[in-house]
Design a protein around this ligand. Structure first.
Ligand code: SAH
Length: 380
């Protein structure tokens, strides 16, 4: 069990799968049943240091601390938007900063998480790719983002120790009698980075988030978003787990997609769509296509018609996202009326389509924007 990208030597607690803890305990000379106490401490009581898990003896806690790192990401900044969206800038142990966004809705919290520091794919309007990729995140750093959100949700809790997910939501009892503590109800892997360029660490982290003895977030509440890395989609189809898959499409033909997304020159549209079809046939899960609308560039009625023709025989959903303008990309946000016309054309063609309301605009919530804004003073 090695993490080739782990910046520290010690193994990190949040990167260990619940099913692996028994073996980890045995390696350290501890009886296997300690695994259950550790898992309860980590994921039901949200311990952020070994010293907090008082069901273990002091000696044991010290031994664990010696061999296994348990250290939260440092919250560098939290930007609050008036619509309730919170953008977190989190610092890793090597000083690299990553972003995560918390988006509350009526009955649950959605959290957007990052998978890499920067990104190598350089989509035209994406702030994350502007400086390329610095490194992959470890599984523990990916899980650590969700633990940071849990800590924030917990600190806001006004109810008693039993806890409630959000005000008004009844606490659920888990096996063993413990109450469900506040945690995000949905995870979207749409922050910085390309998840399929860090496949192993991302899948490991998502399995920890999904595991009932881990953070216990249902697979159908976890969405992976890719810019179109075909081998990653093929691999995910074989995993036997029902995560949701989103594919960033942004253009209905190769000429335009090559211009917006260099990844298209490696895996062109036909190959991407065929892989999505295979994914649907293999998993029964409908793929969602993300389509960021940019004024004049890809928001014309002809683009909508070409998109309809492309997706006609594929069971899928489309999510239209008006551009969130970024420095370094000259494109503009489309007119509301063009967005609505685009939506209308797709709906008329019986394609299940939503138009995303942009939230968190005033906190630079589009992929990679906050980190970019933070590094600006020394970046030029
Ligand atoms: N690499 C993955 C996940 C990160 S980006 C992917 O490409 O899907 C998540 C989504 O945000 C993608 O659909 C991306 O194209 C979109 N996005 C990035 N920057 C944006 C911007 N400035 N405005 C609107 N959407 C943006």
């Amino acid at each position: 069990m090695t993490h080739e990208t782990t910046p520290t030597e010690r193994r990190a607690a949040w990167g260990i799968l619940p099913s692996e803890w028994k073996a980890v305990c045995q390696e350290l000379g501890l009886p296997g049943f300690r695994a259950t106490q550790i898992l309860t401490g980590l994921y039901q009581n949200f311990a952020t240091s070994w010293s907090e898990i008082t069901t273990l003896s002091k000696e044991l806690r010290e031994k664990l601390a010696q061999h296994i790192e348990l250290e939260p990401l440092r919250t560098a900044t939290i930007s609050d938007s008036p619509d309730g969206v919170q953008k977190l800038l989190l610092e890793c142990s090597d000083g690299e900063c990553i972003e995560s966004v918390m988006i509350p809705s009526k009955d649950r919290m959605t959290q957007c998480i990052s998978t890499q520091v920067g990104c190598n794919f350089r989509c035209a309007f994406c702030a994350s790719g502007q400086y390329g990729k610095t490194r992959n995140l470890t599984a523990a750093e990916i899980v650590g983002q969700v633990m940071a959100a849990c800590a924030i949700m917990r600190s806001k809790q006004t109810t008693s120790a039993e806890g409630a997910l959000l005000p008004g939501k009844k606490p659920q009892q888990r096996a063993g009698g413990a109450f469900e503590l506040p945690r995000p109800g949905n995870i979207v892997v749409m922050g910085m980075g390309e998840p399929f360029d860090n496949y192993d660490n991302v899948l490991r982290a998502l399995r920890i988030l999904n595991d009932q003895r881990g953070i216990n977030i249902g697979a159908r509440h976890i969405t992976l978003s890719t810019c179109g890395v075909v081998p990653g989609i093929q691999r995910l189809a074989e995993e036997g787990i029902q995560f949701e898959l989103s594919v960033s499409l942004h253009a209905p033909d190769n000429a335009l997609r090559n211009q917006i997304m260099p990844v298209n020159t490696r895996w062109p549209i036909e190959e991407l769509i065929e892989t999505c079809r295979h994914y649907f046939e293999k998993t029964g899960r409908v793929v969602t296509f993300e389509y960021t609308l940019v004024r004049q560039l890809n928001d014309r009625p002809a683009h909508a018609q070409a998109l309809i023709a492309l997706l006609r025989r594929l069971p899928c959903k489309v999510n239209l996202i008006p551009l969130s303008p970024v420095d370094g990309f000259a494109g503009e946000r489309p007119d509301d009326c063009d967005c609505l016309n685009f939506l209308d054309a797709l709906l008329k063609a019986k394609i299940n389509t939503t138009l995303r309301k942009s939230r968190g605009k005033d906190v630079n919530a589009a992929c990679g924007q906050l980190r970019l804004a933070m590094r600006k003073p020394d970046a030029h």
